[in-house]
Structure formats: C-alpha cells, structure tokens
Design a binder for this molecule. Structure first.
Ligand SMILES: O=C(O)CCC(=O)C(=O)O
Ligand SMILES: [Fe+2]
Length: 440
C-alpha cells in the first residue's frame, strides 16, 4: 500500500484545498486504523501536545519585519467584519488561510472576496476531537479565606485548561503579536490600540494592545472613569485571535453564551507585572487569559499585599503553563483580586472578554464570524478520558488565616489598593518616552 502516497496527487486532482485536506485526513485515519499498514504515507499532522518552549526561538520585532508587514498591505485594504476599515489588512488572506489550517478550524474563503467564514461541515473532524481530548482541565481549585467572619473558597469558579495551544501555534501567535507591536510602534495601528508605559521601572506596567474596545483601568488624565470608553475606537479583533476564540468555544473552554468580542494583549518584559485588580464589570463572566512564552504565576486573594515594586503576595498562587487558558468566573473573578508579579522572563498573555451589551463602544457592530459558535458535538471521541493537570505542585492551598495573618493582610491590603489606583498605568495612549529598548 506504500504507493498510496504517490496516488494522492492523482486522487485529489481538481480538488479544492479543503477537499484535499479531507482526503489526506481520511488516508491518515486509514493509516491509523490499520496499525501502520500504510506507514509510507508521510503526512504531517501538525499536532504536538508538548507545551514546553524556549522563547529565544521567537523572532524579534525589528524594522525589516515592519517593512514585511507593510509590504503585505499592498493587497486591497480589508474591511473588517465589524464594519470599519483598519486602513491596512491586519492579516492577508494567505496568512489567514495558513492560520486557519494550523488551528484545525476548517475555514474556507468565501467567493474569493477575502472574507473568511467557518465551514461548519468540516468541524467534526476526528483530528480536532483527538486534539481536544488532550486538553487538561482543572476545575477544583480551593483556597479558603475568612471574609466577614465566614469561610469562603476564593478560587471557586476558576478553571485551568492546559495544552490548548501547542508550540507551533504559540510561535505563530507570538510572531503575530510582535508584528502587531511593530505596527503599533510605527503608528500603524489605531492610536488607542497600542500603549506602552510612560515611565519604566521594575514593577511598572507592560505593553498592551487592545482590540474591540478601549478600556481604562483607572481614572485617566482627562478624568475618564475606569471601564470601557464608549466613544473611543480601537482596531477590531484580528482573524488569528478570532480563530483562538472559536477554538475555546468549540473545545468547551468558554460557553457559547459568552463569546468574547474584545481582547487585550499584555506583553511583559522581564520585571513587568500587572498589579492587583478585579476585572471591570463592563465585561461579563467568564472571561479568560491565554499564556505564552514563559510560565508565570498569577496570585489570587481577597487581600493582596504589595511587598516591593512588582512583588505581591496573596492567599494562592497558580502557575500558568504556556499554551494554557485560565478561565475566571465566580469568586475567582469577583471576590478574589488577581495580579501577576514581576515576571522572570518575557511573557505574553491575551485576555479575551465579552462586553456587557449596554457598555459596547458606540461604533461597535457585531462580527458575524463570532456568532453562533458551538461546542464540538457529542461524539464518542469526546468521551475519551480527560487528562488531569499534573504541573500544579506550586499551587499554594491556604486554610483560614490566623488572627495575626488577617491583621497583616488587612494593613497590606489598604496599601495595595493605593498602589492599584495610583500606579495602574492608564491604557490606550502610546508613549515610547522613557522606556528602555525592549529586549524581545
Ligand atoms: O497576564 C495575565 O495572565 C493576567 C492579565 C489580566 O489580569 C488582565 O488582562 O486583566
Ligand atoms: Fe485581570
């Protein structure tokens, strides 16, 4: 049967790329179901479950790549699906096809007009189900704190899904984030999309890029309150991030009732942090954060102490492996604050959130590509045993704090609230003033 691979071009002659892939996938299944009988068909399945990584393998944003991004923009400017043009295509059609192929969300280009639409006929591919079955799901976090005299599990509602994005996908996403960063630095993104901290010191802020809406963490210099700034425009969610959203809904990480329509990319250089906060209620629950490049811990607690610039302590610390998705809801989102202390090495996170309908920007319109996404249907493959997360030894489980601990925590907490209000960098205003050159 070894000549089956030679027959592939003949068998698939005249097929579109989707049908070609389908045929390849069927041959691969035949191969698997026949215990290697067709072992000469060398088809790269592109799926790896190991999430270990080395950030040095990722390309650095340099000017050559900026011109690459600009060069690709010679294709017709894409009108984004939320109704307005970004002036330059965030992704070219060919890049989109590559991305969609990589992510296994079989998408097809609709009539050559550059729009990409989900092809729901292909969504039940066994490959995607196998891939989904490798996701680790931990939903039983416990950390009891005494709040108003009552024991409360402040981690209730948190979920950690691991091995959601593999090394290859991480590289693609990280490279894309760097492309976007370069575009922000060269002012090729909307002004409020890209933001760098004005002043740099250990523990101060991080680079952010906001898509879908412009969000203000703290009262800004114009006196705008925290929350979604309804009269500001940012760039729409790029296609690659939309395919991440589709995966998270299809793989039952996020519910179809809460499909994100905004996201924020956090680029942490070594020593950068995000101070203690509760995500604003202009965003619905659940929301989620995806981690890349370096495993870091996120600290939770009803009171988070500031020990030093960028150093915080709290009741529980959860390591976030690269390629993982942390889902926040319940007490984990609304009773406990969270923060990421100064990171040991470069880290990128992407937080996806659905806006409260009544808080959406005035210019916002629904993206058809993010409507009606459903979890993968119930098939026997979905019933494969779910692997448990093994890499959580560092999770600190604390019992009810002693009287002394509560005192210390209470004192520290007023400090951390002060830190939060004064030092949370306002977002949505680019500044490259005094930050040392980034070490990407
Ligand atoms: O970087 C992270 O993992 C957390 C990000 C976060 O808390 C946020 O964007 O609100
Ligand atoms: Fe947050």
């Amino acid at each position: 049967m070894s000549n089956l691979s030679d027959l592939l071009p003949y068998l698939s002659q005249g097929f579109c790329s989707t049908c070609k892939e389908l045929l390849e996938s069927r041959l691969r299944n035949l191969h698997q179901n026949n215990n290697g009988k067709f072992d000469c068909i060398a088809l790269d399945d592109g799926y790896k479950s190991d999430s270990s990584t080395d950030s040095s393998r990722f390309s650095k944003p340099d000017n050559r790549a900026i011109s690459h991004v600009q060069a690709t923009s010679s294709t017709p400017a894409s009108v984004r699906s939320n109704g307005y043009s970004v002036g330059h295509p965030v992704l070219t059609q060919s890049t989109e096809s590559r991305i969609n192929k990589e992510f296994g969300n079989k998408l097809s280009v609709n009539g050559g007009n550059g729009r990409v639409v989900p092809d729901e006929k292909n969504v039940t591919s066994s490959e995607e189900q196998i891939r989904m079955s490798k996701v680790g799901r931990k939903k039983d976090f416990v950390c009891v704190e005494t709040i108003k005299g009552r024991p409360v599990n402040v981690l209730q509602g948190l979920e950690l899904h691991t091995r959601v994005f593999d090394d290859k996908e991480q590289k693609q996403i990280v490279d894309f984030v760097y492309d976007m960063q370069r575009m922000g630095q060269s002012r090729n993104l909307r002004e409020r999309t890209y933001s760098e901290p004005r002043k740099w010191m250990r523990g101060k802020g991080r680079v952010t890029m906001q898509f879908g809406c412009c969000y203000n963490y703290a009262v800004d210099k114009k006196g705008n309150p925290p929350g979604i700034m309804r009269d500001e425009e940012v760039d729409p969610i790029p296609a690659l991030f939309k395919s991440m959203i589709r995966r998270m809904v299809r793989w039952s990480i996020l519910p179809p009732s809460c499909i994100p329509n905004s996201c924020i990319v956090n680029i942490y250089d070594e020593g950068d942090c995000i101070p203690p906060h509760i995500d604003h209620h202009d965003f619905l629950r659940p929301f989620c954060t995806v981690s890349f490049l370096t495993e870091s811990s996120i600290v939770f607690g009803s009171n988070l102490r500031t020990i030093a610039p960028g150093e915080f302590s709290g009741a529980a610390s959860i390591p976030l492996p690269v390629g993982s998705v942390l889902v926040l809801k319940g007490n984990g989102a609304d009773v406990a604050k969270h923060c990421v202390p100064a990171v040991a090495a470069k880290r990128i996170s992407i937080t996806f959130r659905k806006m409260d309908d009544s808080k959406r920007p005035f210019q916002f319109s629904l993206d058809p590509e993010l409507q009606g996404i459903l979890p993968l249907g119930s098939s026997p493959m979905n019933k494969l045993p779910v692997p448990q997360v093994s890499n959580l030894q560092n999770l600190q489980r604390h019992s009810v704090p002693s009287q002394h601990d509560s005192e210390t925590v209470r004192k520290a907490s007023s400090k951390s609230i002060q830190f939060e209000e004064v030092d949370f960098p306002p977002l949505g205003a680019s500044s490259t003033a005094s930050r040392p050159k980034s070490k990407n």
